[in-house]
Design a protein around this ligand. Structure first.
Ligand code: MD3
Ligand code: FE
Length: 209
C-alpha cells in the first residue's frame, strides 16, 4: 500500500523530524479513504471554527476519534463532542491502517482532524500545541487539490521552506519538527478531480490523550 519514497523538504531542512512521503497512497487507497471521510462528514458536518480573536477560519473542519479539535472565543482545545452535541464518528479502518504502516510502534491515534480547503482557503503559520504530549509524531494525509505547505523552525520569525503537497502524500512530523511553525499558503483549486466539487482534504492524526 505504502510506497516508501522518502523525500526531505526544501533546502536547507529547517528542523529535523519532518518526513514527506510523496504519492505514498495508491489510487485505490485514496478513493477508499475519501469515501470514508465523506461518511465522517455526513455524521459530523464540516464547520468553520471561530478563532479566539473573533475571526472565522477559511478552512472547514470536523473530526473523528475520541477527541476533535475545536476553537471558539474561549480558545483552542480538544473536545469530546461535535458542536451539534454528538460524539465524533470513529476513525475509519482505512485511515488507521495508514497510521500503523508508518508508525508501527506508536499507540493508536485518538484524534483525526479533517480539514477541508475550498477555493481561497488557507491556514496561517502556527504551532500545534493543544495536545497533552508532544512526544508522539503527528501524521498528515493529503487528498485532492495541491497545497503549498510552509514549514519553519520553532521560532515564529525563523527561516521557512515550502513544498507542494499533493493527493496521496503522507507527512510524518516528529522530534524537533513537532513544535515547528507551519501553515498552508494556498491551494491550486481544481488541480485534482478526487474530491467532488474540488478542493483539498487533509487528515491530521494525533495522539492527544
Ligand atoms: C508540522 N494542517 O491542522 S498538515 C493543522 O494541511 C494543520 O491542513 C495542515 O497544520 C493542513 O494543524 C498541515 C501537516 C502538519 C500537521 C501537523 C504538524 C504539519 C505539522 C505539526 C507540527 C509541525
Ligand atoms: Fe497545524
Amino acid at each position: 500500500m505504502v510506497k516508501e519514497a522518502e523525500k526531505t523538504l526544501g533546502k536547507p531542512l529547517c528542523v529535523a523530524g519532518f518526513r514527506i512521503f510523496q504519492a505514498a497512497l495508491e489510487r485505490g487507497v485514496r478513493s477508499k479513504v475519501l469515501a470514508d471521510v465523506l461518511q465522517i462528514i455526513e455524521l459530523a458536518p464540516l464547520f468553520s471554527p471561530m478563532t479566539p480573536y473573533g475571526r472565522k477560519m477559511s478552512v472547514q473542519m470536523t473530526s473523528a476519534g475520541r477527541l476533535g479539535w475545536y476553537s471558539d472565543r474561549s480558545g483552542y482545545r480538544y473536545a469530546e463532542r461535535h458542536p451539534s452535541g454528538t460524539t465524533w464518528p470513529q476513525i475509519p479502518a482505512s485511515v488507521l491502517e495508514i497510521w500503523q504502516a508508518f508508525l508501527p510502534d506508536a499507540p493508536p491515534p485518538d484524534s483525526c482532524l479533517v480539514n477541508y480547503y475550498g477555493e481561497g482557503a488557507r491556514m496561517g503559520l502556527h504551532q500545534d500545541r493543544d495536545e497533552g504530549d508532544f512526544s508522539f509524531p503527528v501524521l498528515s494525509v493529503s487528498l485532492g487539490d495541491d497545497a503549498l505547505f510552509r514549514m519553519g523552525g520553532t521560532v515564529r520569525r525563523g527561516k521557512t521552506s515550502s513544498v507542494w503537497l499533493k493527493s496521496g502524500d503522507v507527512v510524518v512530523i516528529g522530534g524537533a519538527a513537532r513544535l515547528a511553525y507551519h501553515g498552508i499558503d494556498r491551494i491550486r483549486f481544481g488541480s485534482s478531480s478526487l474530491v467532488p466539487g474540488g478542493g483539498r482534504i487533509n487528515l491530521t492524526l494525533r495522539v492527544v490523550r
